[in-house]
Design a protein around this ligand. Structure first.
Ligand code: HEM
Length: 225
């Protein structure tokens, strides 16, 4: 059953929608959690401890974080594998590429999705080395989240790197949410405008929420003082 679903185009689209939904939930929770930076050092550092202590009697200290990492990794692998396979299928269905590329509905979005996805995936590797492992962070002390974040975003080039990634994520989410909802049958002509607006509002809120932290540090609104 699962094998047949995975083999079908509709099944791969469903896998993309479900794993994309899991990743979207994480991104929303992460963005909201980051806003604790504005409430001060104790708030954000305490939140890090809370996440590691949560369910500790069952999973051990930090166990929940590892469960989240496993779910996210599996979701990313399935999401990217389905994306690559769907793109190959679409290419096979049209083996001769256009001599002159006519304006095909969705081709611009598809290209943006591919490169946006690659940028976000590369960013996550850099981001984990920066703020989780701390090896690329100017402060880089485990558990000192506030200090690590403040040390990072003193530097305009770090803010720029995060801006590029978060904006790419915003575009990726806008199209991803829209096409997932359309796959679920919500994209009928009558509803298309509302679905498009909803996708835009959600992705702009996530983009602005994430970017508020680096820019607040860069402009001195959040500091170590
Ligand atoms: C300006 C934006 C962001 C800031 C300030 C930020 C901050 C942080 C911090 C401080 C941590 C470490 C938390 C801890 O040690 O408990 C973290 C972890 C993480 N962030 Fe972000 N983040 C940002 C954007 C993003 C984005 C856009 C994504 C995904 C697309 C992302 C994905 C992750 C993941 C997956 C982890 C967990 C890594 C792990 O523990 O294995 N972050 N982030």
């Amino acid at each position: 059953m699962a094998g047949r679903l995975w083999a079908s185009t509709v099944g791969k689209k469903a896998v993309m929608a479900v794993t994309g939904g899991v990743l979207l939930l994480y991104v929303v929770a992460h963005m909201a959690g980051n806003l604790k930076v504005f409430a001060g050092r104790e708030s954000i550092d305490g939140y890090g401890v809370f996440l590691r202590e949560f369910l500790a009697p069952v999973l051990g200290y930090g166990g929940l974080v590892w469960v989240i990492r496993a779910v996210l990794s599996l979701s990313v692998i399935l999401h990217m594998t389905a994306a690559v396979q769907l793109a190959r299928r679409a290419k096979r269905a049209r083996p001769v590429s256009y001599a002159t590329r006519p304006k095909v509905n969705g081709s611009y979005a598809a290209r943006t999705m591919r490169w946006g996805g690659v940028i976000v995936a590369l960013f996550v590797v850099y981001h984990v080395l920066d703020l989780t492992a701390g090896v690329l962070n100017p402060h880089g002390v485990e558990g000192e989240i506030h200090a690590n974040v403040v040390a990072d975003f003193q530097h305009w080039y770090v803010v720029l790197a995060y801006t590029v990634a978060v904006v790419a994520l915003g575009f990726h989410l806008r199209h991803g949410i829209w096409s997932a909802l359309r796959s679920l049958g919500l994209g009928s002509a009558r509803r298309a405008a509302a679905v498009k607006t909803a996708a835009l509002v959600v992705s702009v809120a996530i983009t602005v929420g994430f970017l508020s932290v680096p820019y607040a540090v860069l402009f001195g609104l959040v500091s170590d003082q």
